[in-house]
Design a protein around this ligand. Structure first.
Ligand code: NAP
Length: 282
């Protein structure tokens, strides 16, 4: 029987730790503020923003929601980001993605002050991660490192295969696993004989966005399998990139969906907000 890595429990531990440290800052008269910018009224984005605000309430981080119309111009959106950059009361800025059509998300990300980039998407944050300098790390991959470490899974020296090379999951994941001294392989749609590569993995991280793509034949006996997917199965039910019931018997440890990687992202956002105080003090 595989160890089922409990993302709900681990994310709760992190939120509790952040809450304690936020309280300690408050006792010194310091408040941490996250500004969340939502452009338009996309229903999924509204849920994500609400979850982030709830996590702020729990941890004691002040959150300000800035709701902007989908019709906003790029120039006005950049002006809003600039206003938040200059607002000394704001520690972290998060612009909920995706943006409505016609707005350039990359330009908006680049406009955020890297010292307030709690999503870790700014090129400066990404560069700092690549060369081992301190900075904000993208929340989902940072959460996966916590899942592994807090489950007592050793990373150093292990063969880690990451499937997916997006800027928000696959690539920063590869950098983090390198930092932890894993031997890292990154796969994508042009990888030849994917199964042959994934079957070498001690730690397999699936981040492709394809429901239940990874069946037991992709997995080495005794591997640790981390599933980033937030997909829908044929009945519209939430599932991961990994076929859990097929793979679980072969694994030493595995994350379920839901309840694995998903809850970690918001917990790590709270951790990044907390870290902003230290990063901004430099
Ligand atoms: P993405 O931007 O669509 O990237 C998907 C990556 O997977 C691409 O690099 C793509 O390769 C690769 N890929 C797709 N199909 C493949 C295949 N058949 N074989 C090999 N590689 C394949 O997705 P993402 O934003 O990284 O997200 C990945 C998954 O994680 C999604 O299910 C998403 O919902 C989930 N996610 C979850 C959280 C969370 O909080 N839990 C956060 C972010 C994302 P190419 O580069 O060659 O196209």
């Amino acid at each position: 029987m595989a160890l089922i890595i409990d993302g709900r429990k681990i994310s709760q531990q992190i939120r509790d730790e952040v809450r304690d440290q936020v309280a300690a800052y408050k006792a010194q008269g310091k408040e941490i503020t996250l500004a969340v910018v939502q452009v338009g009224e996309d229903s999924a984005s509204t849920v994500y923003v609400r979850n982030k605000q709830k996590a702020c309430e729990y941890t004691g981080i002040r959150s300000i929601k800035i709701a902007l119309p989908a019709s906003i111009t790029q120039e006005d959106l950049l002006a809003e980001v600039d206003r938040l950059n200059r607002d000394e009361a704001v520690n972290g800025i998060l612009v909920q993605l995706p943006l409505p059509k016609g707005l350039d998300a990359n330009a908006v990300i680049r406009a955020i002050d890297p010292l307030k980039d709690v999503d870790g998407f700014h090129p400066q944050s990404v560069g700092a991660l690549s060369i081992g300098l301190p900075g904000f790390v993208s929340c989902t991959p940072a959460g996966i490192i916590q899942l592994l470490k807090r489950s007592g899974i050793e990373i150093e020296g292990k063969e880690c295969v990451i499937v997916g090379r997006s800027n928000i999951v696959g690539k920063p994941m590869a950098m983090l696993m390198l930092r932890e001294n894993a031997t890292v392989t990154v796969c994508h749609t042009r990888t030849r004989d994917l199964k042959e590569v994934t079957r070498r993995a001690d730690i397999l991280i699936a981040a492709v966005g394809r429901a239940k793509m990874f069946t037991a034949d992709y997995i080495r006996e005794g591997a640790v399998v981390i599933d980033c997917g937030m997909d829908r199965d044929e009945n519209g039910k939430l599932c991961g990139d990994v076929d859990f019931s097929d793979c679980e018997p072969r694994c030493a440890a595995i994350t379920p969906v839901p309840g694995g990687v998903g809850p970690m992202t918001v917990a790590m956002l709270m951790q990044n907000c907390l870290d902003s105080v230290r990063i901004q003090a430099r």
